[in-house]
Design a protein around this ligand. Structure first.
Ligand code: HEM
Length: 170
């Protein structure tokens, strides 16, 4: 049973990589679309660009992010990657999620307050996305040996803390 489950690793990796291509690609393209939401474009183009930006974010990029994270989370246990380079990767994934949320916030502002809202510079948004994407790719593809990094003791051993409520014993 376990052997059969582990033989599906390539499928999980394909799903993971396909989903993150859409996720990361979207985070690079959407700032450009957002920057086109200016009074300089015609009213009809403005409506089309705004609607497409919204649809791409909600229907493609966000679901792809969720699928990439779910497939990646399964891969953690299947590949047993409990190693420092992977923890560093997760820190950059956190940064990528923050950029995703920043973009979503900017999109929502641009539709709710179209007159006051000025989208963040696309150069800034794209650079903010590229830093975690490139760092993650370097980490996963080179899998550097980061075991020389010393983690504090409290991160390495159980704390023997008690839950704030009684746990029924069998
Ligand atoms: C919460 C989010 C994520 C989790 C939990 C996760 C987890 C994983 C795991 C466990 C693997 C298998 C590693 C191995 O086989 O040695 C993997 C592979 C991979 N991940 Fe992620 N990942 C996440 C997000 C990302 C992102 C955002 C990117 C790119 C920007 C990315 C790029 C890759 C690539 C390229 C591989 C294939 C590496 C290889 O097979 O050598 N991952 N991921």
């Amino acid at each position: 049973m376990l052997e059969w489950f582990l033989s599906t690793i390539p499928i999980f990796k394909v799903v993971h990589i396909a989903a993150l291509l859409i996720w990361c690609g979207g985070l690079l393209v959407l700032p450009l679309m957002l920057s086109q939401q200016t009074p300089a474009v015609s009213a009809q183009d403005y409506v089309t660009i705004r609607r497409m930006t919204h649809v791409i974010y909600t229907v493609c990029v966000t679901p792809a992010a969720v699928i990439a994270v779910i497939a990646g989370t399964w891969l953690i246990f299947m590949r047993e990657v409990f190693v420092p380079w992977f923890y560093a990767k997760l820190a950059f994934v956190g940064l990528l999620v923050a950029v995703h949320a920043w973009l979503g916030h900017s999109l929502a502002d641009s539709s709710e307050q179209p007159n006051e809202h000025r989208p963040a510079s696309p150069v800034l948004l794209i650079s903010a996305g590229l830093v975690p994407v490139l760092s993650i790719l370097v980490l996963v593809l080179s899998k550097p040996d980061l075991t020389w990094i010393e983690f504090p003791e409290w991160l390495l051993a159980p704390r023997d803390g008690q839950l704030p409520f009684d746990v029924p014993s069998r």
